[in-house]
Design a protein around this ligand. Structure first.
Ligand code: ATP
Ligand code: MG
Length: 343
């Protein structure tokens, strides 16, 4: 009976600077069903680079959004902003459990610009060999985690966990049936931020924030044509749907060039330091819809490139078109994590 299972329903909520997205999955036997999904635009200024700037307004908009989608469970798996989290695989010598924590603390201090008292961290053992324990560590500043928890709770929700975005993206895009162990790069092209996630042996090795994202492209079109951001945004989307526009085309090509240059440097760095070659690129986020992006990457990065399919672990037949699906990658990854949580 439904009322017995109601309390264990958990939905996924992706929080970005310019939009919120919900994906709510439910298990029926072995099958997964999509119960609800949606996107809500967030006005400029409520967030800045992942930091909550206007708490009351963020609380209001989350509350409204959940209500609009008629979601009745308060349990949610949400996400921390990629720019304010840090993920790294470390290797430590010790196998003694009590010493692991101290070793992790010592090791991560080398990589983060915060004091250990200022952060929360979470970790998972990946492999254990004599004298060598591989551990995946996720870190975020306390004030960021606390502010996300604060708005979620005040919006009437019960956060079950806050994920690191790259982990959620991986959950959505890597086909669980096909263990891909070779190095691959996932590129998430968002509105205010983009990131390159390097995955090797099925695990996130590192994430890199890229300074180029959809809103930067839109703004460059607005500046060139001296029109508003919203007008430029419409022009960009029309161009993506096939409408001819020389200015937009020029800006899109420039965007590809800059993005590719930055990717070449980061990929080269990983390949040289790990001595492993990136074998595949998967692109997700709204920017993955820019026409010509996939062949441009294939040609200039010289790596097989595909668009991600965030339904791969959920449904055989995607219920929404590909361009829409790509913007729900994180939300669907969070919803998949939610299915694994127990409350
Ligand atoms: N069909 C499309 N063609 C081209 N660009 C698109 C399309 N749909 C969305 N975009 C662009 O993608 C961006 C939004 O992508 P997405 O929803 O993945 O970002 P986000 O996750 O909200 O942003 P962020 O991760 O920065 O918080 C916007 O810049 C938008 O203009
Ligand atoms: Mg995003």
């Amino acid at each position: 009976m439904d009322f017995l299972t109601l309390s264990s329903d958990i939905f996924g909520l992706d929080i970005g600077d310019l939009s919120l997205k919900i994906a709510f999955l439910k298990k029926k036997g072995k099958k997964i069903q999509l119960k609800a999904y949606g996107e809500k635009k967030v006005p400029i200024g409520l967030f800045s680079r992942g930091e909550i700037k206007k708490q009351e307004e963020v609380i209001k908009i989350i509350r409204q959004f959940v209500k609009e989608l008629k979601i009745r469970t308060p349990y949610v798996v949400s996400v921390l902003p990629e720019t304010k989290t840090f993920i790294k695989t470390i290797e430590i010598q010790s196998l003694v459990k009590e010493n692991i924590l101290e070793s992790i603390k010592k090791e991560i201090q080398l990589y983060i610009p915060f004091k250990i008292e200022e952060i929360y961290f979470d970790w998972k053992i990946i492999s254990e060999r004599v004298n060598k324990t591989k551990i995946l560590v996720g870190v975020s500043p306390k004030h960021i985690v606390d502010s996300y928890l604060f708005v979620l709770k005040n919006a009437g929700l019960k956060p079950v966990s806050l994920e690191i975005e790259s982990i959620a993206i991986l959950e959505a895009l890597l086909d669980k049936k096909e263990k891909f162990l070779k190095p691959l790069g996932i590129i998430d092209l968002g509105a205010t931020r983009s990131s390159l996630i390097i995955v090797d042996e099925g695990i996130v090795q590192l994430t890199i924030s890229l300074p180029l994202a959809g809103a930067v492209l839109t703004q460059s079109i607005a500046d060139e044509l001296k029109i508003s951001f919203d007008q430029a945004q419409k022009m960009k989307i029309d161009f993506c749907k096939g409408e001819k526009n020389e200015v937009v085309e020029k800006k899109v090509n420039l965007f590809f060039e800059n993005l590719t240059q930055s990717l070449i440097n980061h990929l080269k760095f990983y390949e040289e330091s790990s001595k492993r070659k990136i074998e595949k690129i998967i692109v997700c986020g709204g920017g993955a819809n820019l026409p010509g992006l996939i062949p441009y990457f294939e040609k200039n990065l010289n790596i097989e490139t595909i668009k991600g399919n965030p339904w791969v672990n959920i449904l055989e037949k995607p219920p929404i078109p590909e361009d829409k699906s790509l913007i729900y990658t994180t939300a669907l990854g969070l919803a998949l994590r939610a299915l694994q949580e127990k409350i």
